[in-house]
Design a protein around this ligand. Structure first.
Ligand code: NAI
Length: 315
């Protein structure tokens, strides 16, 4: 195919590439010419144990298909070593897909600090360490593509996943700021919230759903977001089962209170409809746009004098 999107000459790291989504992303990138570091600690889906088989199997699959790959068995918490594997093997790095993950599902009532801490360490600290080690190389070469793996549980919340939701939406905030800081250096950063049948979801979804939701339905979006021609950055997508969509923040038109006098809880109650009504909603895309109504209110009120009167105290 003449117009096939290729990754020739590009070096990618896919964390947690020994199974599920990471494996599928890695196979796709390698089949399009990328050289791929197959990182996987090889532990259980709740974070116990470690083994080299998972990564080795995927490397063997890629090589058997004529591609190039190297295994790395470090935890994402040792991000520097994973990045070093790319640099030692191919002397460059272009793409990082932060995908490794575990689950420690339990209701918040029963959640231990260890459940919270382990999830934080693998998802957030792990992605931080890998990305922190990769960042200077991407900046210096003026090119990079970073992808973070969020989750619907983070976006919407999900029973039994307070720890996981915290980490997954944390990754979106992390990606949003990296997108701003990376833009000038052609480092583009996005996040996906996937749904796929894997060992992670096989315990919560019926078998036929697990079988139908193939990770291969997610990887094409991951690959496109990591391609040189893709200029998308700072975005979040839901993807899986043949569905792909971009998300954004929506804000109600809101209520602007007059300054210079106390705003009472009763005034908030009275204005509840305008505070929560999404008719005429807006979609701010950065902090400046988010702050605009506040700044407008300050500006308009300062023209008319802005001495604060506490109505309660004045009564
Ligand atoms: P999976 O369990 O099949 O694959 C995750 C891989 O990460 C495993 O091979 C595991 O050994 C590896 N891993 C775990 N801890 C690691 C560490 N410290 N260092 C290096 N590797 C480590 O799970 P799946 O479903 O493929 O998940 C991939 C990512 O997608 C995860 O971040 C997960 O949270 C996320 N996700 C998956 C969804 C799904 O429907 N499968 C839904 C939403 C998010």
């Amino acid at each position: 195919m003449g117009n096939e999107l290729r990754f020739d000459g590009k070096v990618a790291i896919v964390t947690g590439a020994g199974n599920g989504l990471g494996r599928s992303h890695a196979l796709l990138l390698a089949s399009r010419g990328a050289k791929v570091v197959i990182n996987d600690l090889g532990g259980s889906s709740t974070g116990g144990g470690r083994a080299s088989e998972a990564a080795d199997k995927v490397v063997a699959e890629i090589k058997a298909a004529g591609g190039e790959a190297v295994a790395n068995y470090d935890s994402v918490e040792d991000g520097t070593k994973i990045v070093q594997t790319a640099l030692d093997t191919w002397k460059r790095l272009d793409i990082v897909i932060n995908n490794a993950g575990i689950l420690r599902d339990t209701s918040f009532q029963k959640m231990t600090e260890q459940d919270w801490e382990l999830i934080y360490r693998v998802h957030l600290l792990g992605a931080f360490r890998v990305t922190q080690a990769a960042w200077p190389h991407l900046r210096d070469q003026g090119y990079g593509r970073l992808l973070f793996t969020a989750s619907a549980a983070g976006i919407y919340g999900n029973f039994g996943q307070a720890n996981y939701s915290m980490a997954k939406l944390g990754l979106v905030g992390f990606a949003n700021t990296l997108a701003i800081e990376g833009r000038k250096k052609n480092i583009l950063v996005n996040a996906i919230a996937p749904i796929a049948g894997s060992r992670m979801t096989e315990t919560v979804l019926p078998k036929e759903v697990v079988d139908a939701l193939r990770p291969e339905y997610v990887s094409p979006l991951a690959a496109w977001l990591c391609h040189e021609e893709c200029q998308e950055t700072g975005s979040l997508f839901e993807v899986g089962g043949g569905f792909m969509a971009k998300l954004r923040w929506e804000r109600t038109r809101g209520k602007v209170f007059k300054l210079g006098r106390a705003i009472t809880p009763e005034a908030v109650q009275k204005s509840w409809e305008s505070i929560t009504d999404f008719t005429e909603a807006t979609h701010p895309t950065d902090v400046a746009a988010g702050m605009q109504p506040v700044m407008d209110n300050l500006t308009s009120q300062s023209k008319g004098g802005n001495e604060f009167i506490d109505v309660d105290a004045a009564l």
